[in-house]
Write a protein that binds this ligand. Structure first.
Ligand code: FE
Length: 297
């Protein structure tokens, strides 16, 4: 099954929305776009009204993984596959449509309780996007807003659900031993981005999400975000490095405990892509700062 979908937006429930606002606007370089009708805080990273929102609450975890269908046929086909798989769909209320800035919305959970949403008609802002912190902007376009890693207790079953039902395709799989545990990952795509969602197994499931990533246009933009991360005193979790799927990036800690990644480059996939099995996720770098060492400042 090959669907045409994008990662449209992410929502996080956070106990410290002030710290999140600082990270998103002053370090990563998104722009604040006011408060939604449901009280969540909206953030922009391109021409759309909202690519990320933060909702006040105790969970400190993912609260919405928003997928956009390319057209009505894709939207209806995915709803049909979800119903056939026994997944309960909740149609978005008028308030939820306004809060998500979309024309059509269904909310559902994967079999492991992850909060997914399918939308159509993500609204474009009448105001031109511009970030003084990240003037070159973000790479979205036909590839969606970035990617995220969802921690799954049963990687094989989750892979079947996300491919057979959601309709994503596997770009690569991988497994690598790290600190005595084998981390396994399945990278999934539904547009030219190498992975919009990756499923991770073998990871202690502290949070639903291991990290989310935004893509910037150049290595210099990654370096500038790196400098802003250090200047802000944000904890660096993985130093600069190059992934085996091409991305040059670093990782920092969000106020909710899971990580964020700022990257450039990364392979684009198309119908000629040949799925690989990776025995390492990083070509070089991405080392964790030494234990006890101040966060790479
Ligand atoms: Fe990543």
């Amino acid at each position: 099954m090959t669907a045409r979908l994008e990662l449209a937006y992410l929502g996080f429930e956070a106990s410290d929305t002030t710290a999140w606002d600082r990270l998103l606007t002053q370090v990563i370089g998104l722009t604040a776009n006011g408060q939604n009708v449901d009280g969540s805080l909206a953030y922009r990273m391109d021409e759309f009204e909202q690519r990320l929102f933060v909702q006040q609450g105790p969970a400190d975890d993912l609260c919405a993984l928003g997928l956009a269908a390319y057209n009505r046929a894709e939207f209806d086909a995915l709803c049909g596959r979800l119903r056939a798989a026994g997944i309960e769909l909740q149609h978005g209320t008028p308030e939820q449509l306004r809060a998500r800035h979309v024309d059509h919305l269904v909310l559902f959970k994967d079999p492991w309780g992850n909060p997914l949403e399918l939308c159509l008609g993500l609204k474009i802002s009448p105001t031109r996007f511009g970030s003084a912190v990240q003037p070159a902007g973000f790479v979205t376009g036909d590839m969606g807003m970035g990617h995220l890693i969802v921690v799954q207790p049963d990687l094989d079953a989750a892979t079947r659900f996300y491919t057979d039902v959601i309709g994503l395709s596997i770009s690569d799989t991988g497994a690598e031993e790290w600190g005595g545990i084998v981390l396994s990952a399945v990278f999934l795509y539904a547009n030219p981005r190498h992975h919009s969602i990756a499923l991770a197994g073998g990871v202690p499931a502290v949070k639903r999400i291991a990290h989310f990533q935004v893509q910037v246009p150049s290595i210099d933009d990654v370096g500038l975000a790196w400098d802003r991360t250090r200047a802000a005193g944000v904890e660096v979790t993985h130093l600069l490095g190059r992934h085996t799927e091409g991305a040059y990036s670093f990782y920092g800690r969000t106020p909710s405990g899971f990580e964020y990644e700022v990257g450039a480059d990364g392979y684009r996939v198309d119908e000629n892509w040949r799925q690989r099995h990776l025995t390492r996720f990083t070509l070089w770098g991405h080392h964790a700062p030494a234990t006890g060492e101040a966060p790479a400042a």
